[in-house]
Design a protein around this ligand. Structure first.
Ligand code: PLP
Length: 360
């Protein structure tokens, strides 16, 4: 077995002990005589899997009782449409655009109402988070939307926006479960799970109960109503049973690591190793303003596209995979999610240091 250090932005690494547990249970889940892949979602044995998964994520994130946890297919992208469709009252939506993902979400929302971009960092290629302490929030805004960690541009919020009483909706896909968050400050937190938690094809939506409405536009498809998922315990139709099972394993693994406080400490240490190197390097430099650097996605460049490509090729040959930056930023990007071990980051930094010495 030769596992590489996989720096992919997503789908991304999963913790090795979790993969091993899944492997051990693959053919016969706990004496059921079948794989989780083969099981009825209505069976007793599967009910226990989904119920434990929900209980464990509630525990990890300290989710208040007046919030529902929904497991919905379609990834994070489906939420770009479900959010405006379900929260629409006045048909006015305020978006803070800080990178590719919030921009995409804003353009999807335009199909369902009037979108105000109330702040943006597009002027400097999304390399920072704008001041969000006193924004021109529309009196009629149904919600204020952010992408709390921009996966492609590598920025993250240090403070949540002052929404002046409006509902805050946050896409946490690429920071999901990476640190403690105060759920009560949000109307909706959601994330596609393939960045920080499990296999692709599932979004976890944490939504305050009063935002789950029956009186949405009658044309909203049945599957796209939060009320349907809430009333049916995420089992209106066949859910993504496999992904929910894998996520449940990761929740238990995180609890053993010391919960989100424990995970955050490890993530801060890992990111510091890489950022310290970049801050002291003459060849490489981070692309994001220091204050807003993500702990999860670290874009960096040499300043020369050919050189960048040579470094990517050299890292790949040395067993570090998926370091090519997204085309909109260029250069390199190291995604160092929860499951990336500290040794992976240390090994990468050692390699880049040596590369710099030998090539300058
Ligand atoms: C990856 C990503 C998405 C899209 O996720 P899908 O599951 O592919 O739809 C949305 N938002 C953020 C922040 C992401 O990182």
């Amino acid at each position: 077995m030769a596992r590489v250090f996989n720096f992919s932005a997503g789908p991304a690494m999963m913790p090795l002990p979790v993969l091993e547990e899944i492997q051990a249970e693959l053919l016969d889940y706990k004496g059921s005589g079948m794989s989780v892949m083969e099981m009825s979602h209505r069976s007793k044995v599967y009910s226990q899997i989904i119920e434990e998964a929900e209980a464990d994520i509630r525990d990890l994130m300290k989710i208040p009782d007046n919030y529902k946890v929904l497991f919905i297919q379609g990834g994070a992208t489906l939420q770009f449409a479900m959010i405006p469709m379900n929260l629409c009252k006045n048909g006015v939506f305020d978006y803070i655009v800080t990178g590719a993902w919030s921009k995409k979400a804003a353009s999807e929302a335009k199909k369902y109402g009037k979108v105000n971009v109330i702040a943006s960092s597009e002027d400097r290629n999304y390399s920072y988070i704008p001041d969000v302490s006193d924004l021109p929030i529309d009196d009629n805004a149904d919600y204020v939307y952010i992408c709390e960690n921009e996966t492609i541009h590598g920025t993250t919020y240090k403070e949540l926006p002052n929404t002046k009483g409006k509902i805050l909706v946050s896409d946490q896909s690429s920071m999901f479960l990476s640190k403690p968050v105060d759920v009560s400050k949000y109307g909706i937190i959601y994330g596609g799970v393939q960045k920080n938690v499990g296999p692709a094809g599932l979004a976890i939506v944490i939504i305050r109960e009063d935002l789950i409405r029956e009186d949405v536009d009658p044309k909203v498809p049945t599957y796209m109503r939060y009320s349907i998922h809430a009333e049916n315990g995420s089992m209106y139709n066949t859910p993504n049973c496999w992904a929910i099972y894998c996520c449940g394993k990761v929740f238990k693994y995180l609890k053993k690591l010391g919960g989100l406080e424990g995970m955050n400490k490890i993530n801060e240490e890992k990111a510091a190793i890489l950022y310290d190197f970049l801050d002291n390097s003459k060849m490489f430099k981070g692309t994001v303003d220091k204050e807003f650097r993500s702990l999860m996605n670290v874009p960096f460049v040499t300043g020369d596209a050919d050189k960048d490509a040579a470094v990517v090729a050299a890292t790949k040959a040395a067993g570090f995979d998926n370091l090519k930056g997204h085309r909109s930023v260029g250069g390199l990007r190291a995604s160092i999610y929860n499951a990336m071990p500290r040794e992976g980051v240390v090994a990468l930094v050692d390699f880049l240091k040596k590369y710099e010495e030998e090539n300058s």
